[in-house]
Design a protein. Sequence first.
Length: 404
Amino acid sequence: MSLVDSQRRVLSGMCPSGRLHLGHYHGVLKNWVKLQHEYECFFCIVDWHALTTDYDEVGQISQHVMEMAVDWLAAGVSPSSATLFIQSQVPEHAELHLLLSMICPLSWLERVPSYKEQQDQLHHKDLSTYGFLGYPLLQTADILLYRAGLVPVGADQLPHIEFARDVARRFNHLYGREPGFEDKAEAAILKLGKKTAKLYNSLRKAFQEQGDIEALETARALLKELQSVTLGDKERLFGYLEGGGKVLLPEPQALLSDTPKMTGLDGRRMSKSNSNAIYLRDTTEEVEDKLKRMPTDPARVHRTDPGDPARCPVWLLHEVYSSSETREWVQQGCKSAGIGCLDCKAPLIEAVQAELKPLQARAIDYQDSPDLVRSILAEGAERARDEARETLTEVRLALGLNYR
Ligand code: TRP
Ligand code: SF4
């Protein structure tokens, strides 16, 4: 059994919604591409989550999954740096979800804000199902199954991560307390040798009495380096640092990225349901056409009417794509009616097309070889399962489900 370095492990998931757009690219994928070189990353296509709302229209799921996988790969998420997989190909997600459901109070699920919000938003659908209520718990299982410490998500997901932390804490509280834990931990400290033991004790004290986070981190680093300690003792020493018992399932943290929300073609947030998106695989002509038809400051009825970028959705895209010189040119030209709106959009069209070009070149390779994509996902699922099985072995043991 290996001890997982949770602080270096990242897991995130995305619901398969078909082709991805610039909002996904700037908001999520660019960040993943960066993270995959810095952390051990697991990226999961959560097809079971799609069923929680779309259980009555399942015909398109596999196509949506494949299209999303192609777009991930096209954006530069790389199977040699990260593990990409489909949730339902790792059935361990379901087992952990089930086991966690035994200890998850109904009231915790009912008070997650997305529960009522989504029911209101999708009021034409009957979402008073067991599966939909369990959405955040399934997400919790996705994360805890890999003992991932870091979860890159948007701010809208914070309540779900908070929920996952609560469930992990409850699990550790219920099952991380082996009989005689404190004695065993103290015995493990003695085995460290005088010098290390003294250091461990003082760091532990600094954290527990003064809440010194740095001391906690130093102590964790110290433990990680230790060679001659059994894994059981190591886990006890990790758990004892923070007071409780063994940390069976580490509490995850959200990793918020600072990217602003991408503006869509109508000035609202870019999303599929708003029909205002530029898709990663839109052709050069489609990009040009969409941007040319984008509404501008309504005050500019005629070319000679001055406008104000502050009242124009096109400006929000310049803020993402344009250099400070170009932005200055837009400000000046718009307010003085020195440039027309089509002039203003030209550098934007070029910038978006240039951004998408390398991505689309990669997309073609994958799009034309679905077998390659399938094998990347199958390999990812195998790698993910290896990790998932290790966690579940421990979880089953902690729950008394060991029949060997
Ligand atoms: N609920 C997430 C969303 O809507 C998707 C998701 C499912 C997820 N499982 C996850 C995100 C695990 C992060 C980690 O975006
Ligand atoms: Fe918008 Fe540019 Fe036209 Fe001004 S010139 S209204 S910023 S598109």
